[in-house]
Structure formats: C-alpha cells, structure tokens
Design a protein around this ligand. Structure first.
Ligand code: HEM
Ligand SMILES: *[C@@H]1O[C@H](CO)[C@@H](O)[C@H](O)[C@H]1NC(C)=O
Ligand SMILES: *[C@@H]1O[C@H](CO)[C@@H](O)[C@H](O)[C@H]1NC(C)=O
Ligand SMILES: *[C@@H]1O[C@H](CO)[C@@H](O)[C@H](O)[C@H]1NC(C)=O
Ligand SMILES: *[C@@H]1O[C@H](CO)[C@@H](O)[C@H](O)[C@H]1NC(C)=O
Length: 321
C-alpha cells in the first residue's frame, strides 16, 4: 500500500470513529414501518393526553443536552444510581410511557433493531408537526447509552438564567445565539410549575417584590396562579403554574410576540429581549413565523446530532441490556 492510500485509509477510519453516521434512511431496510408506528403512537397518546406533546419535546432536549442524544433520560434509577429523570429538573419530565408503548410495538415489528434514542428523536419531530409546527426528515442511527446520572442534570440551564448565562451554556454544546433563541421557541408548547418562576413574583429584590420586567397585568395574573412563595401553601396543590404561551397546544410564533410584550413566564425566556443580539432574532421570529419554522428545523437537526458513537440498541428503554 502506498503512503497516500495509507493516509486516506487512516483519514477514513478517523472519520468513522469521531462521528456517528446519522442517516435519514438508516432503518429503511431493517424497519420500514418505524416512523408510522411512532407517529401513530404519538397521535393516539396526544389525543388522550394533551400534555404528551410538550413533555416529549422537552424530554428530547434533556436527553440531547446530557451525554448527547443517547436515551439516557429514559433510564430508570437502579439500586445505587439515581438517574437523570429523578434529578432536580424532573418536574413535568414525564410521559415516558408513550416511548415505552412505541418501543414495544417496534420490538414486535423489528426486534433488537431500533434504538430508544432514535425513537425519541422521531417522536420529538412528530409532536412538533402534529401541533402545527414544521416537518423535517429525522436523521437516525443513534445508539443508546448505558449511563444516566441525576447529578448531570446540573448541565441543564435553570429558568433563573439570564441571556449571558444561557449563551454560555449553549456555547458549550456548540450552539450559537441563533440556536439559543430558536430552540427556546419550543416554549410555544406546554406548561410551567410555579416553582420555576416564583422568585420573579415574590420578594424579587430589595426594591421590587415583583420582577419589574414583567408586564404588570400579566404579573397580576401569574401571582393569582402562584399566590405565595411556599409551594405547599397553594390552594390547589403543587401542580399550580401557568402555560408558557397563550396558545400552549399550538406550535406557533406567539411565544416571541409575548416576549416582546413582556409576558414571558420564565426569566430565561424574558431575558432574550435584553441583549441586542438575541432581541433582533426575537423580533424577526415574531414578525415571520415561516422564518422561525425554518430555523427551528435547522436547530433541531443540530440538537439531534449531538451523539456519541458508543452504546447499544436497548431492548427496554428503561434499563440497559
Ligand atoms: C433555553 C434554556 C431552557 C430553559 C432554562 C428551560 C427551562 C424550562 C422550564 C423551567 C420549564 C418548566 C418546567 C416546569 O416547571 O414544569 C420548561 C418547560 C418546557 N421546556 Fe424548556 N427550557 C429551556 C430550553 C428548552 C428547549 C431547547 C426545549 C426543546 C427544544 C424545551 C422544551 C420545553 C417544553 C416543551 C416545555 C413544556 C413542558 C411541559 O409542558 O410539560 N426547553 N423549560
Ligand atoms: C391509545 O392511547 C390510550 C391511552 O394512552 C391507550 O389506552 C390505548 O391502548 C392506545 N391505543 C392504541 C391503539 O395504541
Ligand atoms: C425530583 O427532584 C427533587 C430534587 O432533587 C427530588 O427531591 C425528588 O425526589 C425528585 N422527584 C422524583 C419523582 O424523583
Ligand atoms: C446575568 O447574571 C449574572 C450572574 O448572576 C450577572 O453577573 C450578569 O450581570 C447578568 N447579566 C445580565 C445581562 O443581566
Ligand atoms: C425576602 O428576602 C429577604 C432578603 O433575602 C429576607 O430577609 C426576607 O425574609 C424575605 N421575605 C420573605 C417574606 O420571604
């Protein structure tokens, strides 16, 4: 073998270890029914429980942000190991049963073939599309990881973050400012518990009891929903909170319009208008929903490409093989 061929071979080998080869057609031969099974399962589950779409979308974010999209978020705790799903930001990370349902059906159709990480990636696309958002072709070929640690959830941005902190946390994963603003748009769907925004409503600072960046009428509305800073004092119990958007079951650009109107629920969302670089993008998305959709597809493909090459195809999404 001459030197050039050896170098080429070395180069190709390096490529294949450093980057998992995700492919739209990955299961075309081995599991042709895959996408239909996943979308049927998600459609049916969402019909019975409207909380399913936001929960699945959030689950995918949490999965990919920690150890890459390797279904680490799906693993149950085991003796001696507290898993991600039982870590601090566990509120409303739920609906795991839907992934289990899809996996069970897929194991029947094509045993031992499709990773749980790929099922979650397809499901995340499906819930966006069925809520009125864009469609995209999901790249597949991820492997399921064997590690899930509650302590890793500290790598997820807390809702108290401001734009500076968010930018830093997203940059660590290779995301720019546009990805941050775009992916935050997932909050066009779903709900937040009081605990995630309570510090904005009560005893906010020495000067202001309530965060002055919130529109005053909206602040009043939030305080009605979350009247005290002690969760156990709530009349309706610990499930009190507020929808993240006024059209929380529709994937649209209202989230950005409300941000400009100072009606974001989370401080992390509201802070995106405080920096001129993020504000410009917020304004573009508020004006042009089509642009938001195109960028969302782009950023979701990027999020879904955070992968490790090591792992397995789990037979049960909750436990390693
Ligand atoms: C930018 C940083 C982010 C922060 C600080 C953040 C924080 C939060 C918080 C605190 C909640 C409410 C949890 C609760 O109280 O129940 C939430 C909900 C949600 N998040 Fe995020 N998130 C971020 C980015 C993302 C991304 C990138 C996605 C998906 C691509 C996402 C999807 C969702 C969805 C869909 C919900 C609603 C969940 C439900 O209704 O059950 N978030 N997020
Ligand atoms: C549809 O969803 C409901 C509620 O989760 C479940 O009981 C039922 O078995 C599902 N049907 C199909 C065909 O999957
Ligand atoms: C959620 O996280 C909190 C804080 O770490 C913990 O006390 C609680 O037990 C967790 N909940 C579940 C269901 O694991
Ligand atoms: C963001 O928060 C950090 C830490 O609390 C603070 O130092 C910084 O000044 C804040 N930045 C903005 C733009 O509010
Ligand atoms: C408000 O915050 C101050 C300073 O952190 C604290 O001393 C005070 O006890 C808090 N008040 C309430 C009602 O939580």
């Amino acid at each position: 073998m001459d030197v050039r061929a050896a170098i080429l071979l070395l180069f190709l080998t390096m490529l294949s270890v450093s980057k998992a080869k995700l492919d739209v057609h990955y299961y075309e031969e081995t599991c042709p029914e895959l996408e239909k099974i996943v979308s049927d399962t998600l459609l049916n589950a969402s019909k019975h429980d409207p909380k399913v779409p936001p929960r699945i979308l959030r689950m995918f974010f949490h999965d990919c942000f920690i150890r890459g999209c390797d279904a680490s978020v799906l693993l149950d705790s085991s003796p001696g190991n507290k898993a991600e799903k039982d870590g601090p930001p566990n509120k409303s990370v739920a609906s795991f049963y839907v992934v289990d349902d899809a996996k069970a059906k897929i194991e029947k159709a094509c045993p031992g073939t499709v990773s749980c990480a790929d099922i979650l990636a397809i499901a995340a696309r499906d819930v966006v599309t069925m809520s009125g958002g864009p469609y995209w072709n999901v790249l597949k070929g991820r492997k399921d990881g064997r590690i899930s640690k509650a302590s890793d959830t500290l790598k997820l941005p807390p809702p108290s973050s401001n734009v500076t902190q968010l930018t830093k946390m997203f940059a660590k994963k290779g995301f720019g400012i546009k990805d941050l603003v775009t992916l935050s748009g997932a909050h066009t769907l779903g709900f937040s518990h009081c605990s995630s925004f309570q510090p904005r409503l009560h005893n906010f600072s020495s000067l202001h009891d309530t965060d002055p960046s919130i529109d005053s009428e909206f602040a009043h509305d939030l305080r009605t929903k979350c009247p005290s800073n002690k969760p156990h004092n709530h009349k309706k119990g610990k499930n009190d909170g507020h929808f993240l958007d006024s059209t929380a079951s529709v994937f649209d650009n209202d989230y950005y319009k409300r941000m400009i109107a100072r009606k974001s629920v989370l401080l992390s969302d509201q802070s995106l208008v405080w920096d001129s670089r993020t504000r410009r993008i917020v304004e573009d998305f508020a004006r042009d929903q089509g642009l938001f959709f195109r960028e969302f597809v782009d950023s979701m493909l990027k999020l879904g490409s955070l992968v490790n090459d090591v792992g397995e195809v789990r037979l049960n999404c909750r436990v390693v093989n």
